[in-house]
Design a protein around this ligand. Structure first.
Ligand code: PRX
Length: 635
């Protein structure tokens, strides 16, 4: 029996059971039958959850780009691999065939090699959503370099910390980029980010806006000049299953971002498998995921999962509201998109527009809808279902994380009956459990607990770059013997999962995971600020927004509050990125604290939610008198 494609619900349960009883057989059959290898593995997996040591397909040899591109050439060489829709709808789109993709990736791989990039080197990519972003990722994978994509909305400080952390010797960027009405100055941001950083040897600059940029001949190189001269074929590097494929940074609840390291074989197999089954992919489908390639959703489903299945994937440079709020519907109509995978925050924002923007478009090509990144609220789910899917397209509410590499809990389109706001069932191979505070697995249904996974899966991140201890502490220590997701969940009467929220200090704003600690660090850099605490509160469009409680130094207390607010938000934009800007800022005399000086964020969270009747245990609070004033002045 082949395990790659699930035909119906009965088979799903059969495969699930098989994957738990005989995980070796289950995954090795998938790996064997659906991918090309230079050399087969000699052991399917090996792990020690306590130490966070996990390996899959040991000693297998492969190259993911051979699986994404080369093997399709004989059958699908002329098929479109990537449709590029530019920001400006009157600019010519690009239809890049698999043959063309092979050439572009080979040439770019040769460009990187000519700059001295070798297997194992790190390459940071700070590019807008243009085909060169996807091509550069694949080119890195082709030569065994580890790509680390930095979302092109991040600030110079955020780039700097990532480049320093992973020791990237090359950064790939562009002269600029287009986003709606705006032009973003990617090169300028990179220049600032790497000032005085000796680790970076070269900055490769792609031309997009053709606006003049500062150019330092010692480091900067124009991409197009090298690309023209580069050879059009490239022999893929032979990689070990466990060689790192990429590093992707995600926010932690404390301190600096975590560089999650994903390796080659396990990641490849599970992204391909989930793409095929979660989305019920069929040859000829046109898949559009609206995420940015700078996030894991873009990595796994715009790029790797789609290409591994020989699909056609859409890359959209712009934003949903430019030149008007029907842009998404235009694109679906224009390319006859069959799969539309987006985020609840986008749906909520589109919902605020007149229905006619949607109803005036032909969306009959759509077959499957998907949601990812945060819990989807009931209203958004119904709007998506009724107006976009016309009640005939299943919605796959996919739960997963940067750390998990690919989808973990989700309906399988056209197979699993959906239920609004529920991610439903774990995919085969994923042994989800709910744990209580005493580290006991909660049995049965209609229960809530901390969402954990008690057996490793192929695409789990292997470590945090340069900090394995943090990896173990963050994911394998709270509930020993399992991987802790950081999320709380409930399991309903039939065993369906619903994610109820984060258990830590991460707030999901517009689908982006934001750690409150680095935002507080940015606020605290303001000379007038003594201390700050940032919490999330519900927001109609963004899902959550940020609320900061800030105490001022004596010398800062006379400052004009409106100016202070502006300066603080600017500091956040500079040091963290504009996505961390605060919606509410409340200046307070003091923050509620425990005797040991810890800020009682729980109390502030309750105040921001207007839940004033129960702050939990406040017996350790040293300054209860400040709470009444904070409540009185709450925003
Ligand atoms: O809290 C969960 C939420 O997003 C977190 C992971 O964020 P990130 O690593 O940025 O990856 C996002 C894209 C995979 C999770 O811990 N989350 C993600 N998907 C869902 C979700 N919450 C509820 N429902 C989902 N479908």
């Amino acid at each position: 029996m082949s395990y790659y494609k699930i035909a119906d619900l009965e088979q799903y349960f059969k495969h699930y059971k098989k994957s738990v009883r005989e995980p070796r057989k289950f995954w090795s059959k998938i790996a064997e039958e659906n991918f090309i290898w230079y050399q087969a593995w000699d052991k399917v997996f090996e792990f020690d959850m306590g130490k966070g040591d996990i390996k899959w397909f040991l000693n297998g040899k492969l190259n993911i780009t051979k699986n994404c591109i080369d093997r399709h050439l004989s059958k699908r060489g002329d098929k479109t691999a990537i449709i590029f829709e530019p920001n400006n709808p009157s600019e010519e789109p690009q239809h890049i065939s698999y043959n063309e993709l092979y050439t572009r990736v080979s040439k770019t791989a040769n460009v990187l090699k000519s700059l001295g990039v070798k297997k194992g080197d790190r390459v940071c990519i700070y590019l807008p959503m243009i085909p060169e972003l996807a091509v550069t990722m694949l080119a890195c994978a082709r030569i065994g370099a580890i790509h680390s994509v930095i979302f092109a909305g991040f600030s110079d400080a955020a780039i700097r910390s990532r480049v320093e952390d992973c020791g990237a010797k090359v950064i790939v960027t562009s002269d600029g980029g287009f986003r709606g009405e705006k032009t973003i100055k990617t090169k300028e941001v990179v220049d600032k980010a790497i000032e005085g950083l000796s680790v970076v040897e070269k900055v490769l600059v792609v031309k997009r806006t053709n606006e003049p940029v500062a150019f330092n001949d010692k480091i900067d190189v124009w991409f197009d000049e090298l690309y023209e001269a580069a050879e059009a074929s490239n022999i893929a590097e032979i990689m070990d299953s466990e060689d790192p494929l990429f590093i992707l940074y995600t926010s932690g609840s404390t301190g600096k971002p975590k560089g999650m390291v994903h390796t080659t074989a396990g990641y490849m197999i599970q992204t391909a498998y989930t793409f095929q089954n979660v989305f019920n992919y069929k040859e000829g489908d046109i898949f559009w995921c609206t995420a940015d390639l700078g996030w894991v959703t873009g990595h796994s489903y715009i790029l790797y999962g789609a290409l591994l299945n020989g699909a056609t994937t859409v890359i959209f440079e712009g934003i949903p509201t430019y030149p008007n709020p029907s842009r998404y519907w235009d694109i679906i109509d224009k390319y006859q998109v069959t799969h539309f995978y987006t985020a609840p925050t986008a749906i909520r924002s589109l919902m605020t527009n007149d229905y006619s923007y949607v109803t005036s478009h032909d969306l009959s090509s759509l077959r499957v809808l998907g949601s990812v990144g945060e819990p989807i609220n009931e209203e958004a789910w119904h709007w998506f279902n009724d107006f976009v899917g016309k009640k005939r397209c299943p919605i796959v509410d996919t739960w997963w994380q940067t750390e998990t590499g690919s989808i973990m809990i989700s309906p399988l389109a056209c197979i699993t009956p959906t239920k609004p706001t529920y991610a439903t069932l774990p995919i085969p191979g994923i042994q989800t459990v709910l744990m209580d505070d005493k580290n006991n697995e909660i049995q049965g249904n209609q229960v809530t607990g901390s969402l954990c996974v008690k057996f490793p899966w192929p695409s789990i991140a292997r470590t945090i770059w340069g900090d394995h201890d943090r990896f173990v502490k963050t994911y394998f220590s709270d509930f020993p013997g399992t991987y802790f997701t950081g999320d709380n969940a409930l399991r309903d009467e039939v065993g369906y999962y619903r994610i109820t929220g984060r258990a830590d200090d991460v707030v999901i704003v517009s689908g982006h995971n934001l750690g409150t600690a680095p935002i507080e660090d940015a606020i605290n850099q303001h000379p007038a600020v003594a201390e700050s605490a940032v919490v999330g509160f519900p927001h109609d469009i963004k899902g959550n927004a940020l609320y900061a409680f800030i105490s001022l130094k004596v010398e800062g207390s006379t400052r004009d509050r409106d100016n202070l607010k502006k300066e603080i938000n600017q500091l956040i934009a500079d040091h963290y990125g504009p996505i961390g800007k605060l919606d509410k800022i409340q200046f307070v005399d003091d923050l509620p604290k425990t005797r040991s000086g810890k800020i009682l964020r729980r109390v502030l969270r309750s105040i921001s939610l207007n839940q004033l009747d129960n702050f939990g245990d406040t017996s350790t609070m040293i300054n209860p008198e400040v709470v009444a004033t904070i409540i009185e002045n709450r925003l």
